[in-house]
Design a protein around this ligand. Structure first.
Ligand SMILES: NC(=O)c1ccc[n+]([C@@H]2O[C@H](COP(=O)([O-])OP(=O)(O)OC[C@H]3O[C@@H](n4cnc5c(N)ncnc54)[C@H](O)[C@@H]3O)[C@@H](O)[C@H]2O)c1
Length: 337
């Protein structure tokens, strides 16, 4: 990274803190090759040595539980990630949708921009297993919004197979996205969050990993996934201890099965179809019967929804006395002890 890029990652977040009020922050957009204004302009700020910033202050119009905050969500092209991003926007946040599926997030962000406006939504291509890809994405986010307040590490993959047969390649793929990806993302966003805290000692930010009930309890013939999620909780607890000096809370949310999402319900290769084909539920003859068998494993009798997860996310964000936690959202299927 060039010195200029490093400097932008420090200067823009500090400026955004200075211009914010009551926990809401304006957009502090860097203007590449911008010139120093000849006369004072309330919509721009010139920083010697860094350059020109365009200030878009629409915070008075923003309402909701995430009003005026910047939320970044990885794995936002579909599933939980997309719905989390949509909920944040509906609750007044500025949102960045990040995914390895660039076409998917570009299309989703374009639709959201129509509803909320350009200053509220952006998309970036990001491969969470590639440090350089993450660094570039974080730089784009800081250029566009000026910083970020909540980072949702949601991108995740699953390859369920027996330890007796699973290939090393598949094991490494799951570990790389779910476990190493969280480390790399945290490493890339932590300096920006620290710069914001350095500019305002009362300011706190959030890194939230979307973990799983399989991070709290083993999963039969699904060891690579459960291991990556257990490992994620080890990282969450450790990063929480370390990053609190920079005002960063680090927590995990552990959802139960999201039966309505594409992972389970995709009509071609969703888990319900796969389990019907492979006879995983003895006697089940239809997708509905497979689904019912899984719903019956949950004391509350239904799968997890994004609305359930959002309640946990907003709790964590609003809480100023909680870090290093793994919050189960499982309808009672997994209980802490
Ligand atoms: N679906 C469930 O039942 C369930 C339950 C508990 C927890 N979770 C967790 O929730 C998260 C989201 O799950 P989902 O069911 O919505 O998944 P999904 O498969 O529907 O979506 C995952 C998204 O992550 C993206 N992605 C994959 N690899 C990536 C990479 N290397 N870099 C960036 N993006 C990448 C994909 O393109 C996709 O858009 C995962 O971490 C998963 O483990 C899911």
């Amino acid at each position: 990274m060039t010195d200029a890029a490093k400097e932008l990652l420090q200067v823009a977040p500090a400026l955004r803190m200075r211009l914010g009020k009551d926990g809401k922050y304006p957009v502090v957009r860097f203007v590449p090759d911008g010139r120093k204004p000849a006369a004072p302009d309330p919509n721009t700020v010139w920083v010697d040595g860094t350059g020109l910033f365009h200030i878009i202050d629409d915070t008075a119009e923003l309402a909701g539980r995430a009003a005026g905050k910047v939320a970044v969500v990885t794995g936002a092209a579909q599933g939980f990630g997309l719905e989390i991003a949509q909920d944040f926007a509906a609750q007044g946040a500025r949102v960045c949708l990040a995914d390895i599926n660039a076409d998917g997030v570009n299309a989703a962000a374009a639709a959201m921009q129509k509803q909320y406006g350009q200053s509220r939504v952006m998309a970036v291509a990001m491969n969470v297993t590639d440090a350089e890809s993450i660094r570039q994405a974080v730089r784009s986010i800081v250029t566009y919004f000026g910083g970020l307040d909540v980072f949702i590490s949601n991108a995740g993959v699953l390859k369920a197979e027996s330890v007796k047969t699973q290939s090393e390649t598949d094991f490494e793929f799951v570990t790389s996205v779910n476990y190493k990806g969280f480390f790399l993302c945290t490493q890339a966003v932590a300096p920006v969050l620290a710069a914001q805290h350095a500019a305002d000692a009362s300011y706190m930010s959030d890194i939230i990993q979307i973990n799983s009930k399989s991070g709290l309890q083993g999963s039969n013939k699904n060891g690579a996934y459960a291991g990556s999620k257990f490992g994620g909780i080890g990282l969450v607890q450790s990063f929480a201890m370390e990053l609190i000096e920079d005002g960063v809370k680090v927590n995990a949310i552990c959802p139960g099965n999201f039966f309505d999402g594409p992972l389970w319900s995709d009509p071609n290769n969703g888990l319900f179809v796969q389990y019907l084909r492979t006879g995983k539920i003895p006697g089940a003859k239809t997708i509905e019967e497979v689904r019912r068998a899984y719903e019956q494993k949950v004391p509350m009798g239904r799968g997890c929804t994004t609305a359930d997860v959002m309640k946990a996310i907003y709790y964590i964000m609003e809480q100023r006395y909680e870090t290093g936690q793994a919050v189960p959202v499982t309808g009672g299927q997994v209980m802490l002890h």
